[in-house]
Design a protein around this ligand. Sequence first.
Ligand code: NAP
Length: 335
Amino acid sequence: MTENDDKRIWDVVIIGGGPAGLAAALYSARAMRSTLVLEKEMPGGQIATTSEVEDYPGIPMTTGPELSMLMMEHAQRFGAQVEIGEEVTDVDLQEKIKRLRTYSGKTFLTKTIIIATGAAPRTLGVPGEDKLRGRGVSYCAVCDGPFFRHRPVAVIGGGDAAFDEALYLTKYASEVILIHRRDEFRAQRVLVDRARANPKMRFILDTVVEKINGDDSLESATLRNLKTGETQDLPLGGLFVYIGNIPNTSLFRTYVTEDENGYIQVDEAMATECPGVFVAGDVRKSPLKQIVTAAADGSIAALTADKYLDNLAEELTPEEALAYADSPASWEDSY
Ligand code: NAP
């Protein structure tokens, strides 16, 4: 990236290089729009750390990193530029020309942005969790459940997601042990009743996971009962953490509407109420969060941005664009 690029006005800048962002980049670049993806870590987002992917149509079995690289290369083939290690720290989205600044101090100008920043599953934060992520510790039952056929698995959490996913896992596992820190559940009664009636379900309550054990793959979890203080080692094939998600929306709050759980609300074309700002993937309010739905969102967001750009071209003269580009950014007021 050269200094001159700071003044370049992109058609589309996509924040986040997971499946939603990379699919958006593919569709946007293929629609002949100048397209930049800013990814703070590595391509793939949440799937970058998924060991096996067997539910992406047309690719019977692959790894998360492999699929991520394929998605990135596919977008680049059509001319999208992907900047890895660029974390967006400030945004100014009010005007027709939007401005983004990254941790490394670069500023980018763009006519549209697609927010594809994803959501991070809330983690337990216990020893062994990071090391065994993708090796028995999972945050996605639909993705990883089938790997644990006829083996005991644990689900951590007491909300709707924990119950939904625990019930889903009973299709595969020999036993599903739901471990919750209280003896009451946040989940809807109907789900709790259904789980209680399922012979494959067992409950360990008032209990937290203290440690997750295993060398190359998960072997057991050390549990502690909060009422008695007793600990036990529970042998497990899989451990699924469902203690809530944290959508990555903090940069955009003043421009978009979030639902009660912090997910960005969009219309069916992935548009927000902020002109030129679109959203795709796990960061948006949606009923299913999968690689295929993220990619679908990305394609829709890119084509909606493309239509917006058609209209914008009629309104925005090159002189106006330059004037916007030279005016101070909103974040300059706050420093
Ligand atoms: P949630 O409702 O926030 O529940 C999180 C659960 O994790 C709670 O039981 C909480 O325990 C527990 N928890 C939180 N932090 C923990 C920690 N550090 N260690 C151990 N346990 C911890 O999250 P969710 O289940 O992901 O659901 C999110 C939203 O999506 C909810 O509004 C839910 O209704 C909705 N949803 C709906 C459906 C459905 O309708 N079928 C399915 C999935 C999700 P406490 O109860 O003790 O705080």
